[in-house]
Design a protein around this ligand. Structure first.
Ligand SMILES: [Zn+2]
Length: 372
């Protein structure tokens, strides 16, 4: 049903259109190609125009199945983290043994393509699926899906299962849990003064920030898989001025919803050590935790059985990074990491394993055919 050489040639076409999130016209161009390939197979499509400097998104529906009937929702993103020029700057499409290199080939154009290839195989062999098949291809996942998250949540209302074509990891494992991600901006305001003449009058925002950083990073708890990273700080205006202002960007990751509910308020409501410095914090939970619920575990067990029939062992693993699956995992069974196997996401070593193309396209096709 699948030919790895033909698949690789087609993936190459998708990869050689560079699509960093910051280049919406490039992404829209690829969306157009993907849309026309689906339409040629009879699929219904709808384009959602871009906004706020981001590319548009694409919804696709298989030609069979009722419009309101709960179906299988496949989430794929077509944007990558690689800037324009990466193809010419050291990561050209190339094949070395079982590896095919290219920007975004692993995260996740290879996986996005597998969903298309599985659908095409069904159409060409005149097979149908018991449930409707619906896709969302997005163009802003790599920056946290600011313009697609509502679309994803809305599509979830007509979904029974969610399949995410993010890359497989650690030797072909799929993903059944992802940490939730919370982001915060902390701003501090103290009182400026001359550091030589009137040091005692100053109230240093930078000094207070130092206290806050240590207090917040102390919430890191590897045993519970909770991490805090104060990733960017700024403050002060000159070496001889007690700093009036300081700012920090903070990343909190939690595996469980209960951890998020407990910790997020503690980040939002900060009490300063120096009562003369004021602290304001904005932000909150960006992508909620994706926990391995019973429904997700059952979906994984089904996929593992299908993989066994196809001839490979499918294992699962949690992931520290978020994906668009996080937006629906509180309500629906979500199976992620169904894309290609490979390594080097977001680096100049990004590649897929050619030997993973056929088995994983077959797995997707079998999931489409057997979920009911
Ligand atoms: Zn991705």
């Amino acid at each position: 049903m699948f030919d790895a050489g033909e698949m690789l040639e087609e993936i190459r076409r998708w990869v050689e259109i560079e699509t960093p999130t910051s280049a919406p016209a490039q992404i829209d161009h690829l969306m157009e190609i993907v849309e026309s390939e689906f339409r040629a197979l009879g699929a219904r499509t709808r384009r959602i125009p871009g906004r706020d400097g981001y590319a548009g998104h694409l919804e696709v529906e298989a030609p069979w199945g009722g419009a309101e009937e709960p179906g299988i929702l496949i989430l794929s993103h077509l944007d990558t983290v690689h800037p324009l020029g990466t193809l010419d700057g050291g990561l050209a499409f190339r094949i070395e043994g079982d590896r095919a290199y290219g920007p975004g080939i692993y995260d996740m154009k290879g996986g996005a393509y597998l969903g298309f290839a599985a659908f095409r195989a069904l159409v060409l062999h005149e097979r149908r699926t018991p449930l409707p098949l619906r896709w969302i291809f997005t163009g802003d996942e790599e920056v946290g899906s600011p313009t697609s998250r509502d679309l994803i949540r809305a599509a979830g209302r007509r979904a029974k299962y969610v399949l995410v074509t993010e890359p497989a990891r650690d030797g072909g494992k799929c993903v059944t849990a992802r940490k939730g991600v919370a982001r915060f901006v902390m701003r501090l305001r103290g009182r400026p003064s001359h550091s030589g003449a009137r040091h005692w009058e100053g109230r240093s925002a930078v000094r207070e920030l130092a206290h806050q950083i240590l207090a917040l990073e102390a919430f890191t708890d590897y045993a519970r898989d909770i991490t805090v990273n104060v990733g960017v700080v700024s403050g002060g205006t000159a070496v001889n001025v007690v700093p009036e202002e300081a700012e920090a960007l903070i990343d909190l990751r939690v595996p469980r919803v209960a951890d998020a509910e407990r910790l997020v308020p503690r980040f939002l409501e900060r009490v300063p050590v120096d009562p003369d410095v004021t602290i304001t914090v904005e932000g909150g939970l960006d992508r909620p935790p994706y926990e391995k619920t019973e429904a997700t575990a059952a979906l994984f067990a089904h996929a593992r059985e299908l993989a066994r029939e196809i001839g490979f062992v499918l294992e699962d693993a949690p992931s520290g990074g978020g994906s668009d699956g996080n937006f629906l995992a509180d309500r629906l069974p979500v199976l992620d990491g169904l894309g290609v196997d490979g390594a080097g996401a977001h680096t100049r070593e990004e590649h897929l394993l050619i030997s993973s193309l056929v088995p994983r396209a077959t797995l997707l096709m079998r999931l489409f055919e057997t979920l009911r």
